[in-house]
Structures are given as structure tokens and as C-alpha cells.
Ligand binder design. Sequence first.
Ligand SMILES: [Zn+2]
Ligand SMILES: [Zn+2]
Length: 249
Amino acid sequence: MNAEKRSDDHSSLIRDAWEGLLDFTFPRVCVLCRESCDDALCSKCFSSFPKLTPPLCPRCSRMVSNELQGSLCSDCRAIKNPQLHCAIAPWGYDGEIKTAIHHLKFDGRKRVGEVLGKSLGEYLKKYPHLKRNVQLIIPVPLHWLRRWERGYNQSEILARHVSLSMEVPLGIDALIRKRLTHASYKLHIEERRRNMSGAFEVRDAEAIRGKVVMLVDDIITTMTTLEECAKVLKNAGAKRVYAVALARD
Ligand SMILES: [Zn+2]
Ligand SMILES: [Zn+2]
């Protein structure tokens, strides 16, 4: 175990103990409406999350106009030789799910990730072919510095629950982020690709070779991150790469 990982585990333990103490001291409330509930999110807030409604781009799940039903969106048409098979998500990145993901990423609310991860696992039951075919689940990795700042990788929390629900092994360290990248959503598609190029590296090629893999992320913003991860995984011998996220922006 390297020094980064040790200090990461240490800060994570302190945060877990703190969350445990808060649970003991204060009754549990929903992080969104502050009503008391058994978990970090209540069922009323859950049901207010905006579902993605068809027609959707079959590759990236972006909502498209009726005229485009069944065909790829303009961004997907612009990707030459795509490596990612397809990406799915239950919700649009809007309203209360946006606030919930913000709590998960920026307020240290790991428990929100656990609730959302479980529900993502439930959602995937609608896709039995994924359970039949996917052989390894991989969270989109954070750079170690970001992970250390946050104390955890939110995608890893989600991926853990997806792995439990689908009964498919989890490859936590199979893929790493070796380079810090800047937010790319304001960049042009070509600049985004350059920004992401070389950001990821396969650590455990043996675990990936010949496998159908599913990436797990929190939000699908531009597909550049998922596409770059898929490229690196395919180069390492992955047979096919799917992706799932909580929300599609
Ligand atoms: Zn609520
Ligand atoms: Zn698309």
C-alpha cells in the first residue's frame, strides 16, 4: 500500500467516525428537505428527481428531439471510432438530484452516495443483459490528490453498490487517473479530447483482458471522460465497455 492510499484511508476513517458520531448525536434527516427519515434521502425527494424521458440518444442517453428518435445525437455523430459501447443513466442532471450529487461531492456526505448507489443498482435491474454480460465494474477514478482532498471517490461508493446489486466483481484499482485535468465542459469537443488524453492508465491489465467492463460515474457531462476511459480499457484488451451514471447533463 502506498503513502497516498494510507493517508487517504486515514482521512476516510476520521470522516466515517465523524458521520457516525453525528448519527448518534442528532436524529437522521434528509439532506434535501431536512425532514426526519431513515436514511440520507427521503422517498419524497427521491421521487422528485427528474427521470430521463425518451427519445434518448442510444449511445449517450442525452434527450433528443422527436425527429432524432433512434438516431445518434450530434456529439455522438462527431466521435470517430467510438470506444464506449453506450452510457445509461436514470436521471437528468437537474433539480434535486443535482443538489444531492453536490452534497455527495462537495459536502463530504458519503451516506448520500450509499443511498444513490443502492438505487442505481436497483435501476440496473431493468437491464438484465448487463447482469448477464458485464464481468467487471470499474469506478471512474479520481486523481489521488482530488481523492485525498475529498477523502473518497464518489464514483467508487456508487460502484460498490452497483457491484453488490449486480453480483459482479469490482475492480477498484484496475484503472487510475495519472494526470490532473481541468473541468472541460466549456471547451470545444476537440479541446476536451486533448484535455483528457493520457489522463488514465490501466494498472491491472490482467483483470481487464477479454472482459466486458462497466464504468460507473456520478454525472455524464460531455462523454469525453468516459470515452477516454473506454479507449484505455479497450487498448488494454477489454472486449466491450459500458457506462452507467446517476445523471445525464
Ligand atoms: Zn427529503
Ligand atoms: Zn449521444
